[in-house]
Design a protein around this ligand. Sequence first.
Ligand code: ADP
Length: 498
Amino acid sequence: MKHLDDPLTILVIDDEKGIRDGAERILSKMGFSVITASRGEEGLEILDEKPVAIILLDLKMPGIDGMEVLARVNRQYPEVLVIVITGFATIETAIEAMKQGAYDFIPKPFEPDQLRIVVNRAREKIRLEAEARRLEAERQRTLADLGAEQSRIRTIIDSLPNGVLVTNSDGVVVFLNPALKLQLGLAPDSGPGRGIENYISDQGLRQLILDISRGRHVDFEDIPQYEFSIADRKYLLARARPVLGPRNECLGAVVNVVDITAMKVLDRLKSEFVAKVSHELRSPLSTIHEQLALVLNDIIDQVSSTDRHLLSRAKEKTKGLISLIGDLLDLSRIEAGAVCQEIKPVQLEDLLEKIIDFLGARAKAKNQTLTLQKPDQSLPPVKADPLTLESIFGNLITNAINYTDEGGQITVAIDLSGINIRVQVTDNGFGIEERHLDRIFERFYRVKNEKTRYITGTGLGLPIVKGLVDSLGGFISVRSTPGQGSTFTVLLPANNHA
Ligand code: ADP
């Protein structure tokens, strides 16, 4: 292959020796590799053997003449530039030669400078053409690289086990991978291009994706995950994130969908196991507790104070275990959706009054004030099992008493907020640090610090409360400032038609 820096070869075909020698001298000095031929046939033979860039061609020669050579060169070697030497300086022959495809012409006799100018022009054309070819090749290569990169990324996304769906800021689906089609039961050939409602039937998820696509969630930390189920007991978890442009504008959303059916099944098996074990433990533990109580009662005067202390501790511990088991059983019942319920309209403010009456003694023992604030006019009822409501607010108020110092204040406020009944349990107790706030609704999660150290509990109260509030179609949230106190807010749908 010819290297770019190799000298270009120029072939001089002329029957006049003087011209051949003169041209060879000048062109060699210009850096060309020069070959000469005295006849047209000889020139064509050389062309067959060697790569030539430029031909300097005399038009008038014995044997085949220049025009004929030019025609053959054009046919066989169209890339070679031919400069014709016109013997009689007739403009007509020059024009004719140019028409036949010659690149340029030079009249005979010529000055060395004339030859240099014409040949230099040809050389520049060759250089520019080579440069253009190089650029084109580079462009092709870049395009090929880009194509390969795109198809690689495409292959990766297509082979992902997780579903991927991308929307633009109007909520139109611009991409979806095969895993997503499989997860959502879409036809394998369903392509992008339509609104999100054509792909996702779950209304909540649709709204979340639309909100994210339109830039309503730009705080990445704060975007909720979305769990949903579709036919055949299949559970899916969707996480969506906005795609931000260079000026932080929202361009759309990327949604990642994971199949969590296996996790759900495991979770259910675990709950069933816990429920079973709890159930088996409850009766023997209750028996032990009763017997300890009996023993303590009967022999209270006959044993040493150390033994009495030990027995009392054992009784307290069994009581704690029984309450833990009760909580675990409640929780698994809520999870199974099998809370035995007697649903009826309940005047929540009356029920709260009773709970506060009942728990007032505990608050009093800690010198705390426990008050109820309710509006003057009566509120619409809540449709629920009163035991469920007692469990919700009993737990929240007990927590407020437990996690507030002696002499603290606890307020339970009830009012109407839109279509909901709102209950707020506020204390001026220990408060909860921000990092624990999400986690206190998890099972067994307890905040461990100097203040809470000596307070016994199971870490199951709030998960039970949340499970029950959810089962009523309500909503629970918490705000808290460490050292200042906490407010737990419960919203429950009001029943206006009761
Ligand atoms: P438990 O009270 O049995 O530990 P919960 O699930 O009811 O379990 O509560 C979980 C944790 O949340 C508690 O251990 C406590 O640290 C914290 N917590 C709950 N209510 C309050 C409150 N009103 N003030 C401060 N901390 C609270």
